[in-house]
Design a protein around this ligand. Sequence first.
Ligand SMILES: Cc1cc2nc3c(=O)[nH]c(=O)nc-3n(C[C@H](O)[C@H](O)[C@H](O)COP(=O)(O)O)c2cc1C
Length: 311
Amino acid sequence: MFNAPVTELIQQRYSCRAYARAPMAPEQAAQLARRAAATKVGPLGTPLRFTLVAAAAGDSRALKGLGTYGLIKNPAGFIIGAAGPGERNLEDFGYAMEAIILYATGLGLGTCWLGGNFTRSSFARRINAAEAEIVPAVAAVGYAAENNRARDWLRRMARSDTRLPWAALFYWAGSNASLDVSAAGPYATPLEMLRLAPSASNHQPWRVVQDGPAYHFYLQRTPGFGQGLPFMLLGLADLQRVDMGIAMCHFELTARELGLAGQWAVRRPPLPPPGGTGEYVVTWVGQEDAAVAESNRRIARTSESACPYVS
Ligand SMILES: Cc1cc2nc3c(=O)[nH]c(=O)nc-3n(C[C@H](O)[C@H](O)[C@H](O)COP(=O)(O)O)c2cc1C
């Protein structure tokens, strides 16, 4: 799927806001376009569509009208996505777009998520978004300009090179105690890769509670972010739900790379979230738990068919 270990790609990725004045090499653009077009559904079942819009050599007409309010310098293209309806559609969108972004990182391309700084209606037109679809965010893509990272004032403002510590993000079930790295066992790396995920304004709204082989994901909203009149007027999507999907992506891709099997399930845990606040979103059911569930299903099926009243 990727041309390098996903743990490396996660550590290489950062928000690049200034690009070299060069189109993408045709072979790379074709690879990225294929990868984008192949993504049709999220891990929680939402129908999705993605497309790459890229400038050709000496001709940037393809990008005409796709605005970023001047924030992104010389993008070579954009990854545009649309999500269909569904209870977890923004999480699915975040997951899938981030997987495409990590693929682009593997091709040596810089990227930047744009959930606020993009002219939504022109991007929606470009992907022919249907009435029932939404375009929550897009991603700029291209070859990074020299020194773009050091010169980026927005990085400094958002403190983009920092992340919250483990103690603020990861917990044990049934207590407010933090989960420490040694107690996370084989999941220490998936959790660390989750911690490095990008998030809108770098708010990092994800919280994870370990409950045996299950990992419950909660959304801890940033007070005032994404709400109120300015956000409504700008028509912004609920970006912290997109952030949650990105975190799921980093966690699952890393777990799978390490051979840790499991699956996502929406099954509200009986325990309150850490600190008593936070919205439950989804659970990663680690293999051990999944195996128990499967064996329970098998037992249930056997006893059903043994029942004389069931044909
Ligand atoms: C859903 C989402 C929306 C974002 N929207 C914007 C945006 O509109 N403009 C922008 O400059 N950066 C945007 N970012 C980038 C974040 O500011 C950045 O990911 C965060 O500061 C962490 O920095 P890093 O990506 O370099 O690790 C967005 C990121 C995410 C995940």
